[in-house]
Ligand binder design. Structure first.
Ligand SMILES: [Cu+2]
Length: 128
């Protein structure tokens, strides 16, 4: 096994350099407010460089330092904000505090969710 030492060397080198990792997490974000709060909570974490949520796919792409924060912590942060994160269920208390339209069960009934990023849940699109 001559390749193993080489592999370990490369691995050690890569670990030292700590290039940013990227993780895509499936959430259940409903609107621009969901997007803002998920991105904000993630970027508040030490080690997270960037978090961008795509409202079309509801996936958030996180760029982070794998030495400072791990995948489970990223998902847990989203769950603690009140949202689904892959197979991690949302924290029920946090979810209950979200705007009604940001909660999956109430979202359809209230119909107030703003479809675009930056828009507010408090106002219906196109309604004064
Ligand atoms: Cu929302």
């Amino acid at each position: 096994m001559r390749i193993l030492p080489i592999f370990l060397f490369v691995f050690a080198f890569v670990a030292m350099a700590a290039p940013p990792k990227t993780l895509v997490i499936q959430t259940n974000a409903q609107c621009g407010m969901c997007k803002t709060s998920i991105e904000k909570q993630l970027t508040n974490l030490d080690g997270v460089k960037e978090a961008v949520l795509d409202l079309d796919t509801k996936q958030v792409t996180v760029t982070y330092n794998g030495k400072k924060v791990n995948e489970n912590e990223l998902r847990q942060t989203i769950a603690n904000t009140g949202y689904q994160a892959d197979d991690v269920a949302p924290n029920p208390e946090a979810q209950a505090k979200l705007m009604a339209c940001c909660q999956p069960k109430k979202a359809k009934a209230s119909g107030c969710c703003a479809p675009k990023a930056g828009a507010s849940c408090g106002k219906k699109e196109g309604v004064k």
